[in-house]
Ligand binder design. Structure first.
Ligand code: SAM
Length: 272
């Protein structure tokens, strides 16, 4: 049986908010811009993790609106709740949401669909909980070639531990755009559009960032077995293989790109 991916322990989830958020928070903000939210809207952040999208959405919809963050992972939800307890956090699998039909104007899902064991069922649940005319906005990394930081990290760790190779394929699937279009279309969504959501992050010390950010991922145990000296060698190998331009300040410019799907739930009576 397939299992849900990207499951973190409590200490990893706390680090996720400080480390992976360096590049996940900017894309959460861009995603929320693309959702075209209005004050008072109702938003479900599916596979919300520590709530980066939910918090950005709440800043727009305000207290007149409603934001719910749903995730399978209790550690992620505990961190989310400690940051913004005013948001409703819900522990639930994406393919079985304990939420009413037609409760939301928008469903957002940043880097979640590749980890769902039943992506089609998750898309069907997103369709069910959306109001007529509601929108699904979902991202999955665009690979290969668009995300040098993530791809280099996973390639190096996969050489050290074969299990990382498998979870790397899950985290960065090829043709994620086709997968998302397929499940959205099967679920009944229309006006399906996929574009590239891109951003760049400047990191001052890419070796230190590699080590600390990896600790906030499911593959943290791979680097936990090394001594401090060995980790420095590993980080040096990573920096040597990373193809990223230097910043004027002396740091690195890291590019990230995701396929972003936007789809609409058209009321049945408007379908010809
Ligand atoms: C890479 S994290 C992204 C988290 C968050 N969306 C963000 O932007 O930071 C992937 C998330 O998917 C969640 N997840 C994986 N499988 C799931 C499932 N079947 N149902 C709900 N959440 C799931 C994980 O627990 C994790 O929080």
């Amino acid at each position: 049986m397939n299992e849900s991916g990207f499951q973190l322990a409590m200490h990893q989830a706390s680090l996720y908010e400080g480390q992976s958020a360096v590049f996940m928070a900017p894309s959460a903000n861009l995603m929320v811009d693309a959702m075209d939210l209005q004050r008072g809207d109702q938003v479900l952040d599916l596979a919300c993790g520590t709530g980066l999208v939910a918090r950005a959405a709440r800043r727009v919809v305000g207290t007149d609106g409603r934001v719910v963050g749903a995730d399978l992972n209790p550690a992620m939800l505990a961190v989310a709740n400690s940051i913004e307890p005013e948001i409703e956090w819900l522990q639930a699998p994406a393919d079985r949401l304990p939420l009413d039909d037609e409760a939301f104007t928008h469903v957002a899902c940043q880097q979640g669909f590749q980890f769902f064991p039943h992506a089609s069922a998750a898309a069907a649940e997103a369709f069910r909980v959306l109001r007529p005319h509601g929108r699904l906005v979902a991202t999955v990394w665009a690979t290969p070639g668009h995300n040098p930081y993530i791809e280099t990290q996973l390639a190096i760790l996969a050489e050290l531990d074969a299990t990382v190779a498998e979870s790397a394929r899950t985290a960065t699937p090829v043709k994620a755009d086709e997968m998302m279009v397929g499940v959205a279309s099967d679920a009944g969504f229309t006006e399906i559009n996929v574009s590239l959501l891109e951003h760049t992050v400047e990191v001052a010390d890419v070796e230190a960032f590699f080590l600390s950010q990896t600790a906030s991922t499911p593959w943290a145990p791979v680097i936990a077995m090394f001594t401090a000296d060995e980790l420095q060698i590993l980080a040096g190998m990573f920096a040597a293989r990373l193809k990223a331009p230097g910043a004027a300040s002396g740091g690195y410019l890291l590019r990230f790109a995701s396929h972003m799907l936007i789809a609409r739930k058209e009321p049945f009576d408007e379908l010809s």
